[in-house]
Design a protein around this ligand. Structure first.
Ligand SMILES: Cc1cc2nc3c(=O)[nH]c(=O)nc-3n(C[C@H](O)[C@H](O)[C@H](O)COP(=O)(O)O)c2cc1C
Length: 171
């Protein structure tokens, strides 16, 4: 899949087949995250990869909107140090967004679906994933082969109109 097709084909996939995502593909997706740009190249992230079925089921309980994690073949937990406020917290969140999108596009390129999930219960996430006390799990990214339909470019995305979003030269 070329880059333009991957950008248009990525969507949140929350229903997955039983087909496992191979270690080589997982490593390629993680490498896309590792290579992402970050403020002053500080690389504030750690990625915890969960593939055990029982641990995925438990991890899905960290947020009411994370049920798809239980059905995923693997889930990547995006972990950062806990910052009390700006500017570090803002930088880390921005950088995580870039790493997330890089990994989602790398996955899409391989025909693998991805879905975000927020994390509400940090204590539960920490006890399941084992990250240090001064860190937090910012988001989860569930992965798996789509059970609904293959990843092909979305023709009519549910997005604001181009002219509403884009301002040329001046707002
Ligand atoms: C920061 C962020 C947090 C999100 N959290 C969740 C979540 O907790 N659960 C979920 O099902 N989807 C979550 N999503 C997915 C969005 O709902 C989804 O990206 C948006 O509706 C656009 O749909 P699409 O990704 O299929 O294009 C999140 C997305 C982002 C960027």
């Amino acid at each position: 899949m070329d880059t333009w097709d991957a950008i248009r084909a990525r969507r949140n996939v929350r229903q997955f087949t039983d087909r496992p995502v191979g270690r080589d593909h997982l490593e390629q997706i993680l490498e896309a995250g590792r290579r992402s740009p970050s403020s002053r190249n500080w690389q504030p992230w750690d990625f915890v990869v969960v593939t055990e079925r029982e641990r995925l089921a438990e991890l899905a309980k960290v947020w009411m909107g994370a049920g798809h994690v239980a059905r995923s073949s693997a889930t990547i937990a995006l972990v950062i140090r806990h910052y009390d406020g700006p500017p570090e917290r803002d930088w880390a969140q921005y950088d995580l967004g870039q790493a997330t999108m890089a990994m989602m596009l790398a996955a899409t390129n391989l025909g693998i679906g991805t879905a975000h999930a927020a994390v509400a219960d940090q204590d539960m996430a920490r006890s399941l994933l084992g990250f240090p006390d001064d860190h937090e799990c910012a988001y989860l990214m569930a992965l798996g082969y789509p059970a609904d339909r293959p990843l092909t470019p979305v023709l009519h995305p549910t997005r604001r109109d181009f002219d509403d979003v884009v301002h040329w030269d001046r707002w």
